[in-house]
Design a protein around this ligand. Structure first.
Ligand code: 5GP
Ligand code: 5GP
Ligand code: 5GP
Length: 213
C-alpha cells in the first residue's frame, strides 16, 4: 500500500485504581484541587509497538501547554488526577505523560486531540460498573484475576491487561487496567500484545478513601 511509515502500532490506554496507588509503601498525596472520587482514573495513553516495545520522548521541542487544553482542564482534573507526592494540580503529571508518550503520537493526534482522546476513552467504559456487574467490589477482599479479566471483557468485548502492585503487606492488588486502542486513539481493539502484569491468580481490590472496607 501507499502507506506513510507507521510510528507506532497501537495505544495502551492505562487506568489506575487510586486505592492501590495509595495503599503502597510509597503512599500518595491527593491533588491540590481535591480528593479524587473512588473511581479508576487515567494514567496515560501510550503509543506502543506490536512486539511490546515502545517509543518515548519523541519530540524534545514540544512542551505541554495548558493553554492548548484549557477547555479540557476541568475534565482532566476529574478523570486524570495526580496522586503522586507532593500534592500537585496535575500539570506535572500531564506534562510527563505528554512529553514521554504524547509526543510519540503527534503524527496522529495534536496535543488537544491527545488529551481529548484519553478523556473520551475513559467515558466509553465504566470499569467500576463492569466489575460490579460481576460481583467484584473495591472492598478490600480478594478476587480471582480471571474473574476480573472476564468482567472487563464482557463489558468491552476485548481482553484487558491487568497490572498488579503490592500493598504495604506485600499482597498483590489490582493496580492498573490496560485496554488497547487503534492508532486513531478512538476505538478499543483486541490487544496485539498484553502487558506483563505481575499479578498472581488471586488479587486484592482495596477500597479508596472513605469507602467502607
Ligand atoms: P513501570 O516500570 O512502573 O511498569 O513503568 C514505568 C513507566 O514506563 C510507565 O509509567 C510508562 O510510562 C512506561 N511503560 C511501562 N510499560 C510500558 C508499556 O508496555 N508501553 C509503554 N508505551 N510504556 C510503558
Ligand atoms: P509513567 O512514566 O509511568 O507514564 O508515569 C509515571 C510518572 O508520573 C512518575 O514519575 C510518577 O511520579 C508521575 N505521576 C504523577 N502522578 C501520578 C499518578 O497519579 N499515578 C502514577 N502512576 N504516576 C504519577
Ligand atoms: P516516576 O519516576 O515515574 O516518578 O516514579 C517511579 C515509580 O514510583 C512509578 O511506578 C510511580 O508510579 C511510583 N511513584 C512515584 N511517586 C509516587 C508516589 O508519591 N506514590 C506512589 N504510591 N508511587 C509513586
Amino acid at each position: 500500500c501507499l502507506c506513510v511509515a507507521q510510528d507506532f502500532d497501537f495505544f495502551y490506554f492505562v487506568q489506575q485504581w487510586p486505592g492501590s496507588y495509595c495503599d503502597t509503601k510509597a503512599s500518595c498525596c491527593y491533588p491540590t484541587t481535591g480528593k479524587p472520587a473512588a473511581n479508576f482514573s487515567i494514567h496515560g495513553l501510550w503509543p506502543n509497538y506490536n512486539d511490546g516495545s515502545y517509543p518515548s520522548n519523541c519530540d524534545p521541542d514540544s512542551q505541554f501547554q495548558p493553554s492548548e487544553v484549557s477547555d479540557l482542564i476541568g475534565r482532566m482534573r476529574k478523570d486524570w488526577p495526580t496522586l503522586a507526592c507532593p500534592s500537585g494540580n496535575g500539570v506535572k503529571f500531564w506534562t510527563h505523560e505528554w512529553v514521554k508518550h504524547g509526543t510519540c503520537s503527534e503524527s496522529v493526534l495534536d496535543q488537544h486531540q491527545y488529551f481529548e482522546s484519553a478523556l473520551k476513552l475513559k467515558g466509553k467504559v465504566n470499569l467500576v460498573q463492569a466489575l460490579q456487574d460481576a460481583g467484584i467490589y473495591p472492598d478490600g477482599s480478594t478476587y480471582s484475576l480471571n474473574s476480573i479479566t472476564e468482567a472487563i471483557r464482557a463489558a468491552t468485548g476485548h481482553t484487558p491487561g491487568i497490572e498488579c502492585n503490592r500493598d504495604e503487606s506485600r499482597n498483590p492488588q489490582l493496580y492498573q487496567i490496560y485496554m488497547c486502542v487503534d492508532t486513531s486513539g478512538s476505538s478499543i481493539i483486541e490487544c496485539p500484545k498484553l502487558p506483563r502484569g505481575g499479578c498472581s491468580s488471586q488479587v486484592e481490590f482495596p477500597s479508596f478513601g472513605s469507602e467502607s472496607a
